[in-house]
Design a protein around this ligand. Sequence first.
Ligand code: PLP
Length: 379
Amino acid sequence: MSTYPEPAVTFVRGEGSRLYDADGRAYLDFLSGLAVTSLGHAHPAVAEAVCDQARTLLHVSNLYGTTIGPEVAATLDRLVGDGQSVGGRVFFCNSGAEANECAFKLARRWAGPGRHVVVSAYGSFHGRTLATLHATGQPEKHEPFQPLPEGFRHVAWNDAGALEKAASGDEVAAVILEAVQGEGGVNPATPEYFQAVRRICDEHGLLFIVDEVQTGLGRTGRWFGFQHFDAMPDVVTIAKALGNGVPIGACWASEQVAVAFRPGDHATTFGGQPFATAAARAVLQVMQDEDVPSRAQSAGARLRKGLEAIPAVADVRGLGLLLAARLDGVDAKDAAARTLDAGLIVNPVSPTALRFAPSLLVSDEEIDEALGIVAEVLA
Ligand code: PLP
């Protein structure tokens, strides 16, 4: 269906930070899907795990047990705790939107009848299903699909006062925020904001849901974006990088919140199946072996410094390897089209900014090559 514009390029193969079109032309991929292939394309360990699992067991219904899902859940719980298990629980699904849907249903179940409202921020992005679209704080995206499911309220981003006002109603159950607004333009939260949100949620008895679909699993230089801010959420949603391209999402919740779900409250045919969780297990193993948060920090610092040195770049925002370069008097869409022509994939995250989200295993040489292309195109 015509939900996407006509593509400028069609890719047939990938390896590490490179994608290849049908003519064999190579492109440096500094977008990684949309922050999905954090280990690069065709990572051997992930490819091996996926092939092996396909030969062993692809699918079992969730009416029966499997061994891999619980293992991945335990690892995610440890990473949410920054290396220390916190005893939370995980529901596996197939996408970021589904992880957020799970979080909203869990919040309603936890809060009880009459408390169903979820507060989110303007500029946020939480998905394209009807509920996650309403949570998404971009009213222009709502209009063609009205009426949307009731129960979502939006407040100004990084404004604790606005959030406190919206959160004080009796019908409010939860707050959902990104650590860095990705689709909204790569706008990081401040530590003060996240700490204030934690306090407000505690004072009003609300769940603090952090949407780490784009920021999670090392991309920002910590395992999860909220870990920069010293504010522990009650629920964390994860997807994109978890399967390095194999569709999988996860909704983590602390034990005392997760128990609000009873058997039959929520379900999925495909979520948690051996195939996707085998990919996730391999991804998380490589991520830990390679210490991807540290790599995102050091590679991110190199990329940021290089971008800041380009005359047409006004400033650079973001964390780790989720960065946006604000351009000075250059249309970002035009710039992205020209970098693609020059063999580099980036994306115009706003009319004035280019987003950079390369593989977390990107080499210094690849960063320097990308910087050279950006500098030439902008010049
Ligand atoms: N949440 C955030 C922060 C996202 O960036 C996205 C996708 O870009 C989503 C949710 C939705 O994820 P999906 O497209 O897998 O449904």
